[in-house]
Design a protein around this ligand. Sequence first.
Ligand code: ADP
Length: 890
Amino acid sequence: MAIADKNGLILESNLRFNELMQALSGSGNAPSPSYLSIRETLRFANFFSRLTSGTVNQVEFEAPFHDSQNVLHWFRIYAWVIAANPDAQLPLRGPFIGFTMHDQTKERQEGERLQEDKEVAERAMEAKSQFLANISHEIRTPIQTIIGMTELLQDTELDREQAEYSRQVKFAAEVLLSLINDILDFSKIEAGKMELEYTDFKLEQTIEQAVELIALEAHKKGLEIVLDISAELDTTVRGDPDKFRQIVINLVKNAVKFTREGSVTISARLTDFEGKEAVAVAVADTGIGIPEESRNHLFTTFFQADPSNTRHFGGTGLGLAISRNLVELMGGRIEMVPREGGGSVFRFSIPIQRTASPGEPVPPGRQILDKRILLVDDREESRLIINAYLNDIGYQNTAMAASGQEALALLQTAVREKNPYGLCLIDMIMPQMDGWRLAAEINRDTAINDTRLILMVPHGLLGAEAKMTLLRWFNAYINKPIKRHDLAAIMAQTFSEPPVDLEAAQEQEGISLSEKVQSGEIFREMAGPEAPLPSVPLPATNTGKPLVLIAEDHPVNQKLLMMILEKLGYGFIPADDGLDALNKAGSFPVDLVFMDIQMPRMNGYEAAQKLREQRFTKPIIAVTASVLPDEGAQCLKSGINDILLKPFKRSDIEGLLRKWLPSPENDDPAPGPSQSPGRGLLARASLHAPQPDAAVLSPSPPPEAPERRGPPPEIGRDQPGPVLGVPPVSPPLPVPGATPAVVVSRGVKRAAPVRVMPVKISGAAPAVPAAPVSLTPEPAVFNHRDLLDTFLNEVEIIKPLLHRFLERTAGQIDELPGLAERGAWEEGRRIVHTIRGSALTLSGRELGQAAERLERAYKAMNRDEITGCLPLFREAFIRFKAAAETFPED
Ligand code: ADP
């Protein structure tokens, strides 16, 4: 600190000041303006004169000083006027200037360095964002070209294999495009370049559209999607619909992604946000939830709560950060709260600018509104929301039922009270009695079947429409999640149409539908010969199991497939031939088909091809005993995705189901063939298909093969690898609960304690030769252990199968010479083919091989050859029979 006179001459200074001046001047001299640059000297002089003239009382400024070594120092100078004292002696009269100097050099240098660093960082960030934006644009353009060109390519004549490859190219390009779009959005946001567009859009519809985009995926996962949009959102607002939609999509997508079972509910209301009218959207799921410690970081870029989950579910960690930025750009706020009972709720509010007054729900005609409506849905939340929608629309006279049984009781009571329901809205997926079953019950009860029926079907569920057309059990159907406008329209339309005349719905055979329903025949048709009839208590079959259609005419193989599927927890419907398979696939929500190739009436190739023509998109797996090169190509041509070689075992089926469907028990990652190329049966078949002579897929194992079922090594049968065959258009996820009316759930008894009880064989079987009947028969003739293994130790199932096979085959063997005589080659070949398939499944390798030779002879229409083979075949059968009679003794 120092005191100077009005001329700037320092009169007094403290020790620190002197030390400082010394350090600056390199001597003991007082500071001099010469340490200052000219500009600073002028500034000094200026401050000084303002102080001494009394313009200001104090000043504070920073000034640079160069020391004697010309090193720059910065000082903060504070100067003030010490007023004149007129009573004091002259030299002490004043006024004086007091000032302090603080060395700021270090702080200043630090500040400058920070500033420089900041500028460098900002420039780098700007360059990075710019780079990302540029590169994203650069990548987007060629990807869009790939998509566009692939679409053009798909419009040209492509064979099935080419069409599939192009579909995969397009799919991959679309995934890449959405990734790049996220990165582009993110880089735009980071660079502060994300701008909003302003246009008029409908709030309710925009939310519905966003949800609809993901509903299909959700339903395939077995999740219920519930829309709960209040009627006041039926209004037009001004804003950026695309970005608004993007936020909703991001949240709903995540909710579906991170939820294994249960539901995702999207609700939207008008609200107040910081004094402004706003829309509040909440997406609530019953998923894995988010741990508390992760919640704070959720909306930051690249954050993923659980990397192991990310590996499972995929994703980039950008979606929520982008959503937050978009919401904030629109002046709103987004947050996450845990959902009661598990799961998460993501909710955001955005101020809105209305451009139209709230639209009134359009009420249908007056008489319609008076009708009584019954709503049947097992999920309480859905029930309440749909009921509220009905009330909004104008139907005030509504009642709700939580099950089919409750609905039937309500309908009957209403009729008794002479106040029947005009319309019944029925959920398709319900436990115990599903929508189809309930409709059947209503339709067959003449007291209540005047009620109009609307089926509520999960969006995109294949087959519902076809089935409706086929059965005419409903007046109309509506997709879930239900949209208010759709509901209003479908209700009005249903009421305006004349009631369905059930008797007019004639089936092709001329039997009326109601007769079929009355007699229960329809259920047999639906579920196969052993299905329970509706008159017996309905089985609780709606367990959300994927449904497998078994098109197989061999009783042995059909039974085996059914048994294995049942053990693995899948639902199934048997079909006895290709035509039957075609009907059933059109009628039920089938998730996968096992298609035997050789079947009467319509073979497997033809049935598969017809299914594909009917836009059946689920996996079809051929079941065949031999895959010759041309058969592989034929499979591909027919739209078959994979091949199951006979004889098969549980592990073969399990592998295929795992490959093409998610397990019914656990929530496996998305099913369908994995993407790595070329390791499956059909992949090989397809690669080699153009060379008809190439022995790509060898027929059943050669006689010397040591293992009964060992596949040729190049087939890679046990590898769970993908097949570049014809994967389904949409991934074949299960539709839980979609199958109850049709799942044949036959109770398979556990194996009884093994008793030695030879199978009794009746019929005209040839006499058993003198060959000794061993209790441990030669495995090639009859492999006892293998048979038990194949049929999962179900002795009680094997015994009747063996019995029937022996009985039937004995009769057929007697027929065979006559068929050759008459030249009925095809009939003979078919019989022998069936015997061969069954024999192999029943662990009779020798008989299977003998049948194979005979089959070839029939195919070649070679009478001599047949005559030569027949005795060997007969002997093989006799040996098999003798050995099989010892079963189940080992
Ligand atoms: P991404 O889903 O691509 O990983 P997001 O930014 O959309 O990126 O989400 C970030 C993370 O937040 C996710 O990886 C997940 O851990 C968590 N998350 C988001 N939504 C949910 C949800 N509905 N349930 C559970 N976790 C969620």
